[in-house]
Design a protein around this ligand. Structure first.
Ligand code: ZN
Length: 252
């Protein structure tokens, strides 16, 4: 049984959607990840996780949506960014295309934190249309599930954890010789309670935050397995959930 929608022909898609109302949609970004990691890191990892879980659960997985909200990285070459509004509408229309075939449950596997606000807003809007969208992000999951595997400075943007996942999923795209450890500059304005519009170029020269040199495929393997197990568990729970518990409540 195929699980990638783009690999199926339409009769196979018809057969799947006749029996299933759930799908997985990976979303990421194309943005700088320091000198050692590919620009595609966020969407390549989202795709890798989503496709693995599709195989484990038999839930159909779409092509990854590669572009996201990344303007805060633009000073580093090759970053491609779209606005939160465009991301929200684009992913929403993808989900509504699935609704036409009866899909009511969608797991968005988001590989880039900058997308979260737009995707959360989209999920609320789609619930108005009787489509329940959950958003899964791997890094808050691993911080809780494997607190010992990476330190806080290894869990930051383009640091050891992301690099380790790249080493598992697409090792040829990582250049370990170019990994750096860079402590980001913090503005004096940064304090409890403030949110400031600084970008990556204000804080780093390499584009990588924290410690990257400690990345390894061994750690990546452990990390990836924990992520895939967790997401597969979530997909299964969403599949089994009663639709009445997912739909909006009526007014009181
Ligand atoms: Zn990333």
């Amino acid at each position: 049984m195929k699980v990638l929608l783009h690999d199926m022909n339409w009769p196979e898609a018809k057969e799947y959607f006749a029996k299933n109302d759930i799908a997985i949609v990976p979303v990421g970004s194309n943005e700088q990840h320091g000198p050692a990691n590919p620009l595609g890191t966020d969407h390549l990892i989202a795709r890798g996780i989503a496709e693995e879980v599709a195989k484990r659960t038999g839930v159909v997985c779409l092509q990854v949506i590669p572009f996201g909200v990344s303007s805060h990285h633009k000073q580093f070459w090759g970053t491609v960014s779209i606005s939160p509004r465009v991301l929200k509408e684009y992913v929403k229309e993808v989900c509504l295309s699935l609704k036409y075939y009866g899909v009511r449950r969608i797991v968005v596997v988001n590989g880039h934190g900058g997308n979260l606000a737009a995707l959360s807003e989209m999920a609320r809007e789609l619930r108005e249309e009787d489509v329940f969208v959950s958003i899964f992000q791997w890094w808050p999951a691993t911080a809780k599930l494997l607190p010992e595997l990476f330190s806080e400075e290894e869990r930051r943007h383009a640091a050891a954890e992301e690099t380790s996942l790249n080493l598992i999923l697409h090792p040829k795209l990582v250049d370990m010789k170019k990994t750096v450890d860079e402590k980001p500059q913090k503005s004096r304005l940064q304090m409890e309670g403030t949110t400031l519009p600084f970008g990556t170029a204000d804080e780093t020269t390499s584009g990588a935050f924290g410690k990257t040199t400690t990345a390894s495929a061994t750690k990546g393997k452990k990390d990836f397995e924990a992520i895939a197990t967790q997401l597969a568990k979530h997909v299964k729970l969403l599949k089994e959930a009663k639709m009445e518990d997912l739909l909006q409540k009526p007014k009181v």
